[in-house]
Design a protein around this ligand. Structure first.
Ligand SMILES: [Zn+2]
Ligand SMILES: [Zn+2]
Length: 348
């Protein structure tokens, strides 16, 4: 396909804009996807800090749903397929990729090296190239908006609950009710678990209640730990905690609020040191600590089942929509934390 398309870039501190670029060409087993729904994730952080000396961040976003419009050769997808974008660069051949755990791939393919594009393109774009094996097709009965929640909306905490085997016998603590934490509530309710949420922002506390959290506690409250324990059987603590806040206090709360032999999953990004003491936390308590970035590609059909069973809650998870031409306003809202998942329409 020839012609030009629009994509969003960050071109200054708290300044994003649309630019024109040539529509990229598919090559080998990479297909060209016309983007339909682009969920926003943590791009607001780069927007707040700005591009620095480079003056430009050319690739924004990593989530999206679209339609395959061009392939270079017969590959795993066909023109007309409705697909979820699952990232761009893993090799597809190593043991991690073959196991569906492609985010652990140590042989990342350079996007610009492979495609020949001058600079990388993210998901905030009208078209995007993707490796066919990372473009799973969406079942016909699911809407574009809902299916687009498979990646960072539901994916990280779905992966965590698969690893921790969360089910209806569990009481799950979710620290942080941002978009990832809200996705955690939906995943936990789908599995029938009891859900306790801690959060600071009133808007998000209210949204957590609407999503069906059984208890929503103020993370500022000095008695939060005791209150969590008080809500659990025998006051032993939760069976599973999932940190979706990414700050040391919330990570430590997860460890302290989890009962002996329970599981603690770290989902939110963080580079701050976290003190874990071997004897009280690990030997005597026997905790299982799980680092979960995302979900396995092999579980794609299962996450589609969660989406099929959670339609009304997904309509709450998706709090706002913007045309991509208003990316500046959308990023400002995202940075305000007064939102759940925000969707961009790249064609408006
Ligand atoms: Zn690999
Ligand atoms: Zn994301």
């Amino acid at each position: 396909m020839d012609g030009s398309m629009k994509k969003a870039i960050i071109s200054g501190k708290q300044h994003a804009e649309l630019v024109e670029m040539p529509i990229p060409h598919p090559k080998a087993d990479w297909a060209l996807v016309k983007m339909t729904v682009v969920p926003m994730c943590t791009e607001y952080k780069a927007w707040l800090h700005g591009p620095g000396a480079s003056g430009r961040i050319p690739a924004l976003g990593h989530e999206g749903l679209g339609e395959v419009v061009e392939v270079a050769q017969p590959c795993g997808v066909e023109v007309g397929d409705r697909v979820v974008l699952m990232g761009a660069g893993p090799c597809g051949r190593c043991a991690y990729c073959r196991a569906g755990d492609f985010l652990r791939c140590q042989n990342q393919v350079s996007y610009t090296g492979f495609t020949g594009e001058k600079e990388p393109t993210g998901a905030y774009a009208q078209y995007r190239l993707g490796a066919a094996w990372l473009l799973p097709t969406v079942p016909d009965d699911l809407s574009n908006d809902h299916a687009a929640m498979a990646w960072c909306g539901l994916g990280p905490t779905f992966g965590a609950m698969q690893s921790a085997h969360v089910d209806a016998l569990d009481t799950v603590l979710i620290t942080g009710a941002g978009p990832v934490g809200e996705g955690a509530i939906i995943n936990a309710k789908f599995r029938g678990a009891r859900v306790i949420v801690t959060e600071l922002v009133p808007w998000r506390m209210e949204r957590a209640r609407l999503l069906g959290a059984d208890a929503v506690l103020d993370a500022h409250d000095p008695d939060t730990l005791a209150r969590i324990r008080g809500l659990t059987e025998g006051k032993l603590g939760v069976t599973c905690a999932i940190d979706c806040a990414g700050v040391t206090d919330s990570q430590r709360l997860c460890i302290d609020a989890t009962r002996p032999k329970g599981s603690v999953c770290f989902v939110a990004e963080s580079s701050d040191p976290l003190a874990i003491t071997v004897s009280p936390d690990m030997l005597r308590k026997g905790l299982t600590l799980i680092g979960q970035w995302h979900f396995s590609l092999n579980d794609f059909d299962e996450i589609m089942r969660v989406i099929r069973g959670s339609g009304e809650l997904l309509d709450l998870l998706i709090s706002d929509r913007f045309p991509m031409s208003q990316v500046q306003e959308a990023l400002a809202l995202s940075a305000s934390h007064q939102c759940g998942k925000i969707i961009l329409d790249p064609w408006a």
